[in-house]
Design a protein around this ligand. Structure first.
Ligand code: KG4
Ligand code: ZN
Length: 342
């Protein structure tokens, strides 16, 4: 039984955000995300530029987090970091810093799976209502779309996942077709607010029971836009909001339909959302409405949906309690199936 407070410094650097958080047990003392704007003009994340920006950001972001948390580095009990999946060069910067910091302070190093961290974001800042075990989590990010069954903080099972593109990727690709800046998901969401979601319809992908597929949806969106642009060069400009609202509705309805299928099959009534796409307003609203069908639904606060280090810190805290420390020789992994944790 651990009675002393546990101070964890957590680092997340799997993509283009250099994020550092400090937690006292499950409470956030600092949560900083240094967003890299260098990628905007390229229309997507450039891996080499991301690694370089992480190198520039990591030390000042850690210093700022310690200042905000008002603690000295010698008070820290553990360093948690994202081991993967993600961009290898980006992961290596956070991982190497974490290893060096933990070694110099003589405190445990804890490696965290990025998607497990997204799921455990639900348990940040004790006192709020939590999903009860077992619960299902729809994890939707730029790289993942999965339905995960969680039976304890550190035990999970994947029930279904995308066989091609992730939901966030679908949002980003559609945005690119419309000429919107990267990352496109938030822009599609914003434009969709004023659009008609029933103006355009898209064929529903056929996949295994709880699996997803979004690449066909993106292709039919592209074909529609190309076909209409041949007839009317102003088609995108004249229909942007309706296109965004329609494709958003198609993506969200697929996500919710599969989640409900899995929930019925597993007889589980606690449902959670995780990952960057859970910032999407239609997904949040539709998910929230499931309450009226008897489900208990849980959505993390907005700042813990997209990439952040607080979620890595809470995963690190649960692993610390189980003494799941990691070896300094363990590599960062660009590909790191969640199944390997099961
Ligand atoms: O979890 P996350 O921050 O990073 C990854 O681990 O991938 O997710 C980023 C993804 C991007 O594809 C982004 O476009 C999408 O989440 N996203 C959204 C919204 N906010 C972020 N997609 C739709 N609507 C949003 N409001
Ligand atoms: Zn993420």
């Amino acid at each position: 039984m651990i009675s002393q407070p546990i101070y964890t410094l957590a680092i997340e650097s799997s993509c283009d955000d250099t994020a550092v958080a400090i937690l006292c047990n499950d409470k956030i003392l600092a949560n900083i995300v240094a967003t890299q704007h260098v990628h905007e003009k390229w229309g997507g994340v450039v891996p080499e530029l991301a690694s370089r920006a992480h190198l520039q950001n990591i030390v000042p972001t850690v210093e700022l987090a310690l200042q905000q948390a008002k603690i000295d580095k010698h008070q820290l009990n553990a360093i948690a970091y994202t081991k993967g999946p993600g961009l290898l060069g980006s992961l290596l910067v956070g991982g190497t810093f974490a290893k060096a910091f933990s070694l110099s302070l003589g405190i445990p190093l804890i490696e965290v799976h990025h998607m497990q961290a997204h799921i455990l974001a639900h348990f940040i800042n004790g006192g709020q209502s939590y999903p009860k075990f077992p619960f299902l989590c729809l994890t939707v990010s730029g790289g993942h779309t999965q339905i995960v069954k969680i039976t304890s903080y550190l035990t999970l099972e994947i029930l279904g996942e995308t066989i091609d593109d992730a939901a966030g990727e679908a949002f980003d690709k559609v945005a690119k077709i419309l000429g919107l800046p990267y990352p496109g998901g938030p822009m599609v969401d914003k434009l969709a607010q004023t659009g008609n979601p029933n103006k355009f319809t898209f064929p529903e992908p056929k996949t295994g029971l709880f699996d997803f597929s979004f690449s066909g949806l993106k292709t039919s969106f592209l074909y529609l836009v190309n076909r209409e642009m041949n007839k009317n060069p102003d088609f995108i400009e004249e229909n942007k909001a309706d296109l965004c609202a329609s494709i958003q509705q198609a993506i969200v309805s697929i996500l919710i339909k599969k989640l409900l299928l899995a929930a019925e099959n597993e007889k589980i009534t606690d449902l959670a959302l995780a990952g960057g796409v859970s910032a999407n307003s239609l997904l949040r609203n539709t998910f929230d409405q499931l309450k009226s069908s008897g489900y208990d639904v849980f959505i993390p606060p907005f700042e813990y949906c997209t990439d952040n280090a607080a979620m890595v810190g809470i995963a690190g805290y649960f692993k610390f309690k189980e003494k799941q420390f990691s070896d300094f020789g363990n590599p960062s992994l660009a590909r790191f199936p969640l199944i390997e944790l099961a």
